[in-house]
Write a protein that binds this ligand. Structure first.
Ligand code: 26Q
Length: 824
């Protein structure tokens, strides 16, 4: 730790002073929340110097190119602990607080979990920011300061109930309001062209619009031990004119109210849909709002630093679009360059298409963003015109290349069937299109985006996802982190490839024992959490079998719980059967309007209730549904897991990142050959994972040619049939026969569109049950299991987001590292 700047005594004084000036209290009188605030401000003071130094270093190094990571979601998780880790000050601060009679863990628990994201895509953005700062790369994250983030999940009577996440209630100490950089964003109205009287140029004018003031809040992103502090800039919306009397006088009362409401609504709440598009106007407003503000700020900064020659933009700036949600950046940049900077279409296009790059995170059809043209053109008339022109020019090109082939247009045009297809726009306009795991990228190239790939193969590339070991090992699993450091040094914190040095230790009995003892301690920590939150006693000696992720049919939590029901039937029928005790742990939020997902949560909780209270099975199975799964409890869950459930229908999970967090923490994967599981197995070896089920080619073959009928399986496997029938016979519904009707129908009812059992749960059931048997067998063999667990940790080097970021830099962004030096 930087000795002088983080002097213990100075830090203690700072905390005391903060309690005094913020609350007019002595430490002993302050609440835990007030102490959290005081400690956070003391930490922020330390960060600010590095923040200034970093921005100064970027400014001095004018050749420094900057990446703008545009994302509707940043699932940051708590900042205090993470900042301390990256400042390499965690231990000292913990000690300092100890000396004051304060407990850092309890203080960390006071921080709300900033949850400005849904799941994988949002958390990936947060990991990327951590890696960019740690690797000394100039970067901005740009997003929205939602007033309410991802909802809080409560379980009442087994059902999910959503509660608002008022994360700003107590004030958030790690943000900085920057009103001096506010920008205006306009919606609606109409477009008129006129001749500029001075230049004689055709000029576009937007009239009769509504507008809001976008005000940025900056959050520091601390790199690990390198004095770099980058910025996450999230935009708040305010009414342009405050509710003034004169506008009332002018008869603009309604307009004033409207603008106030528009501003309030835009940033009110994060849409809690994961992998599902809903064509809501407000969502489009959110997208345009933060993109327009971010691009205006970006251009202003560029001109301040590099002057007015915008042709240099692609040398200094690259815009990475996190899925299609921010792809309105393409026409907005065109608009700003043409209408505000007076560039020609050709020059603006040259710049835009060299600056923007797009990442695809899904092949799920229901996740593709397609906006109805009438909605779109009313809200964003000028942007729509620009899209029309981009489309017109592209269609011309396609016609020239494939004369008379309308199939090509049907697949590739931006405007089709009364809709604006955002993915197509991003692919056509950007210089890079990447998938997020090898398999996913291959499916994009050969299946989903085949026509695009054939026309412009040079744009396509793969960037397998990664995760930050700073949060998910150093912070989340301190026991294992310290043990690894004691064994191989602390180089792994910034160079995860070094973790491979653990490999020889899998043959060292002492090392294996220590590794498993740490796992056991982490299981005790989780068991305590479960006791406190669920009132359920779980045995830390049982196998902790964990599936935590968003609830979605393709992720197949239903397959998991059906298998639990099947095991329970077996144990009831054959009490003498040998069975290794298991704790099945679930955690998942369902999108608020997603009925089948919500029914699955209810089913899991009902199965838990029945099984956990059945004394006749001697606690052989426990089922736990962890309420409000989020970043902060995730860290503890990964650390305690024995088995990592990654059981999506092959081809559906673009990558997965939870799989990597389990692996890092020594939990073997029980999974399908999907997403990054494929690469995990490549690294750790088939012997150290439990792979089962259909391969992606088989799934895609059925999808393209039909021929799957779940009924055949249902009637040929009586044990599976019994389990499915139990959905309808009231076993898990206090006699209610209708509670799980929708789930039952989703599996068997041939009326279902486009077919029953869309996600091949019946087809994969037996292979899954067999894989589960292999898990049990392996776990019984302590020697073998400890080797497997350790091998998973030792082989996870590839899955750091540091590696992912270096690949983005090398192939797409072309950034240069900037050193930041600070006087100590
Ligand atoms: C779109 C339109 C309107 C409202 C909401 C949305 C929306 C929001 C979130 C659509 C999709 C998402 C989130 C997608 C997501 O998290 N995808 C995951 O991305 C991870 C990181 O690449 C992958 O590891 C996962 O496989 C992928 O499912």
């Amino acid at each position: 730790m930087n000795s002088k700047r983080f002097d213990k005594e100075t830090f203690k004084e700072a905390v005391k002073d903060n309690v005094k000036t913020l609350y007019r209290k002595k430490i002993e009188e302050a609440s835990q929340q007030q102490i959290f605030q005081a400690v956070s401000y003391a930490v922020k003071e330390q960060i600010i110097d590095d923040w200034l130094a970093t921005q100064e270093a970027y400014y001095q190094k004018k050749e420094a190119k900057m990446v703008y990571y545009m994302s509707m979601e940043f699932l940051m998780g708590r900042a205090l602990g993470n900042n301390l880790i990256n400042l390499t000050a965690y231990t000292e601060v913990k000690e300092a607080l100890d000396e004051m009679g304060l407990d850092l863990n309890a203080i960390e628990d006071q921080e709300p979990d900033p949850a400005l994201g849904n799941g994988g895509l949002g958390r990936l953005a947060a990991c990327f920011l951590d890696s960019l700062a740690t690797l000394n790369y100039p970067a901005y994250g740009c997003g929205i300061r939602y007033r309410y983030g991802m909802f809080k999940q409560r379980i009442k009577d087994g059902y999910q109930v959503e509660a608002p996440d008022n994360w700003l209630k107590e004030g958030y100490p790690f943000e900085l309001r920057r009103p001096e950089y506010a920008k205006e964003v306009r919606f609606g109205g109409s477009v008129r062209f006129e001749k500029d009287p001075e230049t004689g140029r055709d000029k576009f004018v937007q009239e009769g619009y509504e507008s809001v003031r976008a005000v940025p809040y900056d959050m520091p992103i601390v790199g690990y031990g390198n004095h770099v502090v980058n910025t996450l800039r999230i935009w708040d919306a305010e009414a342009i004119t405050d509710f003034q009397l004169d506008s009332f006088d002018r008869g603009d009362y309604h307009k004033a109210v409207e603008q106030e409401n528009l501003a309030k609504n835009i940033v009110e709440v994060l849409y809690p849909n994961d992998n599902h598009y809903a064509g809501k106007e407000l969502r489009l407003k959110q997208q345009y709002f933060f993109i327009s503000a971010s691009l205006q700020a970006l251009l202003a900064k560029f001109k301040r630093e590099h002057g007015n020659d915008l042709s240099k933009l692609p040398d200094k700036v690259v815009i990475q679009m996190n899925d299609t949600h921010p792809t309105i950046a393409v026409p907005e940049l065109m608009h700003l360059l043409i209408d505000e900077e007076y560039l020609s279409w050709e020059d603006a296009w040259e710049i835009t298409s060299k600056t923007c790059a797009y990442t695809n995170h899904t092949i799920m059809a229901e996740a593709l963003e397609k906006w109805p043209i009438d909605l779109f053109s009313k809200l964003l008339p000028r942007i729509y015109q620009i899209i029309q022109e981009i489309d017109r020019r592209f269609v011309e090109k396609v016609r020239a290349k494939y004369p008379g082939n309308d199939e090509k247009l049907k697949k590739m045009a931006i405007l089709w069937d009364g809709q604006v297809r955002m993915a197509n726009m991003a692919i056509i306009s950007g210089f890079s299109v990447n998938g997020v795991a090898q398999l996913h990228t291959e499916i994009l190239k050969n299946q989903e985006l085949k026509d695009f790939y054939e026309m412009m193969p040079e744009k396509f590339n793969n960037k397998t996802n990664g995760i930050t070991q700073r949060r998910f090992l150093a912070h989340g699993n301190p026991l294992l982190a310290d043990w690894i450091t004691a064994r191989i040094g602390d180089g792994w914190i910034t160079d995860l490839s070094q973790i491979a040095r653990l490999k020889p230790l899998v043959n060292d009995e002492q090392a294996r024992r220590e590794f498993m003892q740490i796992k056991h301690k982490n299981k005790i920590r989780l068991a305590k959490y479960i006791k406190e939150h669920n009132g359920i006693e779980v045995d830390p000696h049982s196998i902790f079998d964990v599936q935590v992720k968003r609830l979605h049919e393709y992720k197949r939590q239903l397959l998991n719980i059906l298998h639990v029901m099947y095991l329970y039937n077996q144990i009831k029928e054959h009490p003498e059967m040998s069975f290794y005790p298991r704790t099945f742990i679930f955690g998942a939020k369902a999108a608020a309007g997603y009925q089948r997902a919500k029914e699955t949560i209810k089913l899991i909780n009902s199965v838990a209730e029945v099984i956990n209270n059945d004394r006749s099975i001697n606690g052989k199975i426990k089922v736990v549904f962890i309420e409000d799964y989020r970043v902060s409890n995730a860290e503890m869950i990964f650390a305690a897991a024995d088995v990592s459930e990654q059981i999506s229908t092959a081809s559906k999970e673009a990558s997965g990142t939870g799989n990597m967090k389990f692996m890092l923490n020594g939990a073997p994967t029980l999974g399908t050959m999907d997403g990054a599981n494929v690469e995990i197995v490549e690294e750790v070896g088939m012997d150290n994972a439990f792979i089962f089920g259909m391969r992606s080619e088989e799934v895609i073959r059925y999808e393209n040619h039909g021929g799957y009928n779940p009924i055949d399986i249902y009637f040929s496997d009586w044990e599976l049939k019994r389990v499915i029938d139990q959905l309808m016979d009231g076993t898990y519904a206090h006699g209610d026969h209708n509670m799980y009707k929708n789930l039952y129908n989703s599996l068997l009812n041939t009326q279902c569109t486009p077919r029953a059992d869309m996600y091949f749960i019946l087809k994969d059931f037996r292979p899954y049950a067999e894989a589960q048997k292999r898990v049990e067998e392996a776990y019984r063999d302590e020697h073998r299991w400890s080797r497997m667990a350790m091998m998973n940790t030792a082989c996870c080097g590839k899955f750091t987001s540091d590696r992912t970021i270096e690949e983005y830099v090398r192939d797409i962004w072309k950034l240069h590292k900037v050193e930041v030096t600070v006087e100590e």
